[in-house]
Design a protein around this ligand. Structure first.
Ligand SMILES: C[S@@+](CC[C@H](N)C(=O)[O-])C[C@H]1O[C@@H](n2cnc3c(N)ncnc32)[C@H](O)[C@@H]1O
Length: 232
């Protein structure tokens, strides 16, 4: 997410006048730190969801006591309890089941509150656009869990490598493509089914950034301009 902060994420938060933000998946808290500084500037709030954050949560709370709320659980447990957020960044468990159901929970919130937020999703391109990855396989219902292994990937090859390759320390689905496999597939399935009027945009570099926003022709043109100027 960090690669997109300055040229895409910040301008989008500003265009939409975002004040209440949800971040799914914080890891080292680098993007979180940017979001908190933004929240301080606009008198906003950030709700971070991550069962195992790898940053000093107490120190962040000390520095941003008014803006920062840490929720240490899985996104699908927490999202039903959050309301009226203006933007949500999805960068947690990069698999079809989790992302599709995160989007359905956002849709349910938007239907209740009458406003669809700005949704930003990391990993809509290779390696996880069309392949599931599981940080926490035990949190995925067996029917949705593809066979997986801690083995690396190579661009253009569906099978995992026996030695080396990208992200070999993570649980990657054994095969790329097919139904209910990967982040972009989850987004496309959501878009096919949602009754809400939304647009989808994408930056293709750095594993991809998907953007879902309420449909509005003038805003869509602005987003396209931001994306092409960003060079990302
Ligand atoms: C790729 S890292 C996030 C990187 C961060 N967004 C950034 O830009 O620096 C993924 C994080 O998501 C968390 N995570 C994994 N599954 C999750 C879930 N179901 N709900 C919330 N967080 C999750 C992991 O603990 C990990 O810290």
């Amino acid at each position: 997410m960090l690669a997109f902060w300055e040229k895409i994420i910040l301008p989008l938060l500003q265009i939409f006048g975002v004040r209440k933000i949800v971040e799914i998946g914080a890891e080292n808290g680098w993007n979180t730190s940017h979001l908190l500084q933004y929240c301080r500037a606009v008198n906003g709030e950030l709700f971070v969801i991550d069962p195992y954050p790898r940053f000093d949560v107490l120190e962040y709370k000390r520095l941003f006591h008014k803006e920062f709320h840490m929720l240490m659980d899985y996104s699908l447990e927490i999202l039903p309890h959050l309301r009226q957020y203006d933007a949500i960044l999805i960068d947690g468990d990069h698999n079809w089941y989790t992302v599709y159901h995160e989007l359905k929970l956002i849709e349910a919130m938007a239907s209740q509150d009458g406003k669809f937020p700005v949704v930003l999703l990391h990993d809509t391109q290779w390696p996880y656009g069309r392949r599931d990855m599981y940080y926490f396989p035990e949190s995925i219902p067996p029917a949705y869990l593809h066979p997986h292994a801690k083995k690396g990937m190579e661009y253009g090859r569906s099978e995992l490598l026996e030695v080396g390759g990208a992200n070999s320390i993570l649980y990657n689905a054994l095969y790329e493509n097919g139904e209910r496999n990967g982040v972009l597939t989850a987004v496309e399935d959501f878009l096919k089914q949602t009754p809400l009027s939304v647009s989808f945009h994408q930056a293709y570099s750095n594993s991809g950034l998907g953007i879902i926003v309420p449909k509005h022709d003038a805003v869509d043109m602005q987003i396209q301009a931001i994306l092409s100027l960003s060079g990302l």
